[in-house]
Design a protein around this ligand. Sequence first.
Ligand SMILES: [Zn+2]
Length: 50
Amino acid sequence: MAERIIITLACSECKNRNYYFDRGKKQEGKLEVKKFCKNCGKRTLHKETK
Ligand SMILES: [Zn+2]
């Protein structure tokens, strides 16, 4: 059985958790991506959270 790691991306402005995806392998470092936040109504930086 492969280990599944669920990553949650939260908006850095409103802290809303908008995106979830699973990552097959554990990676080093924190993930930061620009994504659209429905709560803010614009693209914001989303950071990996737990
Ligand atoms: Zn937001």
